[in-house]
Design a protein around this ligand. Structure first.
Ligand code: ADP
Length: 190
């Protein structure tokens, strides 16, 4: 199996690059943000719970997110591999993911991180908010909160993979196609 973590702050381009990567490598894309939004749209209990956190720019609690992710992984028993997008976002999530994959005799091959500075992120998110209507992308205070949560809770996940020699940083500013090529060149060396 080829299991990748696509990492980076809100607005770094994870969704855009995931779409291209799954097509090229035939992987299953698991975006926790997308799954939460689908649940919100469907009015499920999980959606109702997640909405209160997402709208405030906070993380959904670990036990909820980990349980949901495990269920999604188990629903694709024949996957050639997964791209985890927006997960893990805390150290507890990273540890739980290792346990889950180890039970299946596999693990994470690498973390590919899209690096984009804060000012650029804020600009991109406000533009996305206008286009997509995503409430969490429309309010500068909520955007700032998400970036703060990223720096405090999600950045440590980088170290988790770095000490294992699995972290690869990629400049997330530039043409979509050249960023994609940079990602592929790391994957093809795996
Ligand atoms: P972005 O990368 O733009 O922040 P996402 O679609 O990945 O957008 O996530 C949207 C929101 O969903 C996050 O701000 C958070 O509230 C929630 N969320 C997504 N993934 C996780 C996760 N792994 N753990 C906790 N909350 C999450």
């Amino acid at each position: 199996m080829l299991n990748l973590v696509l990492f980076g702050p809100p607005g770094a381009g994870k969704g855009t690059q995931s779409a291209k990567l799954i097509e090229k490598y035939q992987l299953v894309h698991l975006s926790t943000g997308d799954i939460f939004r689908a649940n919100i749209k469907g009015g499920t209990d999980l959606g109702v719970l997640a909405k209160s956190y997402i709208d405030a720019g906070k993380l959904v609690p670990d036990e909820v997110t980990i349980g949901m992710l495990a269920q999604e992984v188990n629903q694709s028993p024949n996957a050639k591999g997964f791209i985890f997008d927006g997960f893990p976002r805390t150290s507890a999530q990273a540890e739980a993911l290792d346990v889950l994959l180890a039970e299946k005799g596999t693990g994470i091959a690498m973390m590919l991180a899209l690096e984009v500075e804060e000012e650029e992120l804020k600009k991109r998110l406000l533009i996305r908010g206008k286009d997509s209507g995503r409430a969490d992308d429309q309010d500068p205070a909520i955007i700032q909160n998400r970036i703060n949560v990223y720096n405090a809770e999600t950045m440590p996940v980088k170290l988790f993979y770095e000490v294992q020699g699995k972290y690869y940083g990629i400049n997330g500013i530039g043409e979509i196609e050249s960023i994609f090529e940079a990602l592929c060149s790391h994957i093809d060396k795996a």
